[in-house]
Design a protein around this ligand. Structure first.
Ligand code: ZN
Length: 109
């Protein structure tokens, strides 16, 4: 006959149960309607061309066009520049013309 020790079994029994299945965070999240303040570009949302009552954007005015062309060479989107749709279209047209005659580059790469 051999003496069996049951102390190990006792120990594992007491430590086996954990309460990990009940976390503080329940799966339901609050609706994502919380308005977070996004980082805005310093430009104000006023159409620069409307302010100056521009009816035609000159494609030869490279200095003007370059304000709307960041380093990458792409046209600055309306949501960043604040340009109204009418003038954004005119601006895009002017930029495309200026590119065509190599006043400004297509890309910087
Ligand atoms: Zn405008």
């Amino acid at each position: 006959m051999e003496p069996k020790e049951n102390s190990q079994e006792n120990f594992s029994n007491s430590a086996g149960r954990t309460t990990s299945d009940r976390g503080p965070y329940t799966g339901k999240s609050a609706a994502g309607a919380t308005p977070q303040k996004r980082f805005l570009v310093r430009r104000r949302k006023v159409c620069k061309f409307c302010q100056e009552k521009t009816d035609y954007i000159d494609y030869k005015d490279v200095r003007l066009l370059q304000q709307f062309i960041p380093e990458r060479g792409k046209i600055l989107p309306r949501r960043l520049s604040g340009t109204c749709q009418r003038h954004q279209i005119m601006l895009a047209e002017a930029i495309k013309r200026a590119r065509h005659i190599a006043f400004i580059p297509y890309t910087m790469d």
